[in-house]
Write a protein that binds this ligand. Structure first.
Ligand SMILES: Cc1cc2nc3c(=O)[nH]c(=O)nc-3n(C[C@H](O)[C@H](O)[C@H](O)COP(=O)(O)OP(=O)(O)OC[C@H]3O[C@@H](n4cnc5c(N)ncnc54)[C@H](O)[C@@H]3O)c2cc1C
Length: 376
């Protein structure tokens, strides 16, 4: 009997379990998690132009975003896209609606020590599996890190009704450029509460400067948001490694999923929507073919674009503001979001790139291709 073990019950593990449940999968599925990253403390924002299986988990939906770039604030409609916020507890509850009624879907509290071709080792015990989906150990060999995304987020309660509850700020460059190209991101929950995040693209190996990011956040809240006094109710911080080259995620019966599979978009650090698409494709492939390999791969040029942007920004941090400004200069945010979603056509991409300094990007692309040539 085919048995599936999912190592890690975070975003990718739960999303895959839910998609397997609706793909009419009759095989036993075990999700193993050690609770090291509690779901109750997690929040994901993402955009999408189509309905998804776990949409009921979203606690907020937005049809506009705000951007502040080159000294100008703009509010942009999202066209066919919607921006949404999912909290970890709600994701678990909605995924559970699909999996809990199925007696052959179980969860196991335990620490995954290792993944093997015939199963996983949980707290020293071997758990047999035909397919292992791994979001915790990851492939033995991974491509080099192009850059890191260091972010520090504060869940803030403001004294004044200082936040615009209807419009999140995707990026605002009115902040100290701490250790690399930096912007602030604001996700409002209501007029008094928001997640405010200082985000910096840094070179690989640069040590995160938490103190400076904290100071930048305080300054932003006081001088830009003008909270008139605020309290930080909770904080989060992370340094995400960004890789533009693909991860070899398939190793016999072991398949990496989530961030370990390279599903973090290298130019944004977002992964939620990619993980949803990947989960749906894996479940569909298992259902149709009895194996998980029939998963679409986006055209390679998008990885090239990500890599070139990161190279340019590493050399000249000020280019990030120019690039984001160019991408989001249209009447709606739809063209930019479609591009970041890797669903744009080449003519649409040329239109988007028209606002960027061509020579800078062409030189970076040439260097990257030359380095690639030397490696092969
Ligand atoms: C703080 C933070 C905020 C982010 N915000 C966003 C966002 O807003 N939008 C977006 O698109 N992306 C965001 N990302 C990027 C990405 O979507 C997340 O990292 C996402 O959670 C990746 O999913 P995952 O399943 O790979 O990892 P996780 O969701 O972290 O799941 C891994 C799970 O494995 C468990 N675990 C870990 N080690 C073991 C072990 N050895 N044995 C057993 N269990 C183990 C953990 O408890 C956890 O539940 C964010 C990343 C971080 C770090």
């Amino acid at each position: 009997m085919t048995r599936i073990v999912i190592a890690g019950g975070g975003l990718s593990g739960l999303s895959l379990a839910a998609h397997l449940a609706v793909a009419d999968h009759r095989h036993p599925v075990v999700v193993v998690d050690d609770g090291s990253r509690p779901l109750a403390e997690r929040t994901w924002a993402s955009w999408s132009d189509r309905p998804g299986l776990l949409d009921a988990a979203a606690c907020r939906w937005f049809d506009r975003i705000r951007v502040h770039v080159s000294g100008e604030t703009r509010v942009l409609r999202l066209g066919r896209y919607r921006y949404r916020v999912v909290r970890g507890g709600d994701l678990a509850a909605v995924a559970g609606r699909f999996t809990a009624p199925l007696r052959h879907f179980t969860t196991l509290r335990g620490h995954v020590d290792g993944v093997e071709q015939d199963g996983v080792v949980v707290d020293g015990q071997h758990l047999r599996a035909t397919w292992v989906f791994d979001s915790v150990i990851g492939p033995a060999v991974v491509p080099p890190v192009d850059a890191c995304l260091a972010f520090r987020g504060w869940y803030v309660r403001s004294e004044r009704a200082a936040f615009d509850a209807e419009i999140p700020t995707l990026f605002d460059f009115r902040t100290a450029q701490v250790g690399g190209a930096s912007f602030v991101y604001v996700l409002p929950f209501d007029a008094h509460h928001a997640l405010v995040e200082h985000t910096s693209f840094t070179a690989p190996g640069v040590v995160e400067n938490g103190v400076a990011q904290g100071e930048a956040l305080g300054e932003y809240l006081t001088e830009v948001v003008r909270t008139g006094g605020h309290e930080v109710e909770r904080a989060e911080h992370a340094v995400l490694p960004l890789r533009s080259r693909p991860v070899s995620r398939w190793n016999g019966s072991v398949v990496a999923i989530g961030a370990e599979a390279g599903l973090l978009k290298a130019s944004t650090g977002f992964a939620y929507q990619r993980i949803q698409r990947d989960s749906a494709a894996i479940a569909e492939s298992l259902h149709r073919h009895g194996h998980p390999f029939d998963v679409p791969v986006p055209p390679a040029r998008f990885r090239m674009f990500d890599g070139v942007l990161l190279d340019v920004v590493r050399r000249e941090p000020a280019q990030l503001e120019r690039a984001f400004g160019a991408l989001f200069r249209h009447r709606t945010a739809e063209p930019a979001l479609r591009f970041l979603d890797e669903a744009s056509s080449m003519p649409q991409e040329w239109q988007l790139f028209a606002g960027m300094p061509a020579a800078t990007y062409l030189a970076a692309a040439r260097d990257r291709l030359a380095a690639q040539g030397r490696r092969t």
